[in-house]
Design a protein around this ligand. Structure first.
Ligand code: ATP
Length: 309
């Protein structure tokens, strides 16, 4: 396991990584770096290139350009030097349907050549809240529990690096919260590095890690919680009983109201109470005046240019 003071040790280093298919540039000249104990989320719409990027990091497909290093070793297809220290979930969760949860995990522990497979199996069953299902055949599991079993497989050998492609797909809200807690505990308490992909900005923002926005194969922006907040647009939302008059008065005072009396002037954002005073003194008091922050999904769609879709 990584020592907890290794916060700046690079675990994933990607430079100019590119994957060109005959009909598509799936990943286009991506640079990124993930350090030990960090939660790093690749955020993008369907087809953004997340899965292709992850598959290249795992050596499952070869890049057409650039390079990637994982846990200190250059990634090449078929080469598995980082395998023992990496856990991953990249396909739809799969398990042997006729075997129980426990039997599936035993099989996996043996494939991983773990010294004390039984101990690892029981430990991961407990950590992923699979105890009530341990004796159930995999084919009888709900989608959420099947996903949990797949995560248990990815985590059974206590990897230093966990790579998950859309890990909360198919989970109900309770399952989503459980996975979030699990990932943040792994990163913060055990120093596990977590790379996940998702199309849900609000969900990855809650992980409080780093977020890379991927679109059409390109990395458009990288954020932490603070910079994400700073990049969200703000506006002042006003309602009055006579919006036409309010619009005129606001213009007379140098504001630039948009449709629906929406103000984005810096002055209004800094001192919304002045707007209220002006309208009250002009006899069109606001019935509502709110400082509104662009929501996360709207920000994401704006950045990828899909806000008019
Ligand atoms: P999704 O969430 O839908 O899986 P994604 O962000 O993971 O999306 P990718 O699956 O990496 O996106 O796909 C990126 C682009 O590359 C898409 O345009 C896709 O059609 C294309 N692509 C992926 N695999 C292949 C392939 N084997 N041959 C040709 N094009 C491909």
């Amino acid at each position: 396991m990584m020592p907890t003071n290794s916060a700046r040790v690079p675990v994933i280093e990607v430079a100019g990584l590119t994957k060109r298919y005959p009909g598509a540039l799936a990943v286009d000249d991506v640079d990124l770096s993930v350090h030990a104990g960090q939660i790093y989320a690749l955020l993008g719409l369907n087809g953004a290139g997340k899965t292709t990027l992850i598959r290249m990091l795992l050596g499952m497909i070869a890049p057409t350009g650039g390079s990637a290093k994982v846990l200190g070793a250059a990634v090449t297809t078929g080469q598995r030097s980082a395998w023992a220290r990496t856990g991953y979930l990249v396909e739809a969760p799969a398990a042997y349907p006729e075997l129980t949860v426990r039997e599936n995990l035993h099989l996996y522990a043996r494939l991983r050549r773990l010294k004390h497979p039984g101990r690892h199996v029981e430990d991961i069953i407990e950590r992923l809240a699979l105890t009530p299902y341990a004796a159930r055949r995999a084919r009888t599991l709900s989608m959420g529990n099947l996903q949990r079993l797949a995560l248990a497989k990815a985590l059974i050998h206590t990897p230093d690096l966990l790579i998950l492609d859309e890990p909360v797909n198919g989970l109900d809200p309770v399952g989503v919260v459980e996975i979030r807690t699990l990932l943040t505990d792994l990163a913060h308490q055990q120093g596990t590095t977590v790379l996940i992909s998702s199309h849900l900005l609000a969900e990855v923002a809650r992980l409080n890690g780093r977020i890379a926005i991927l679109h059409q194969g390109r990395l458009l922006a990288e954020h932490d919680a603070t910079s994400l907040d700073q990049h969200r647009r703000r506006h002042v939302n006003i309602s009055t009983r006579d919006n036409a008059t309010a619009d005129r008065i606001l213009r007379d005072h140098g504001y630039h109201p948009g449709p629906g009396l929406l103000l984005t002037d810096e002055r209004a954002l800094a001192r919304p109470e002045e707007v209220a005073t002006i309208l009250v003194e002009a006899g069109v008091p606001p019935t509502e005046l709110r400082l509104v922050k662009e929501d996360l999904e709207a920000y994401f769609l704006r950045i990828v240019g899909a806000d008019h879709a």
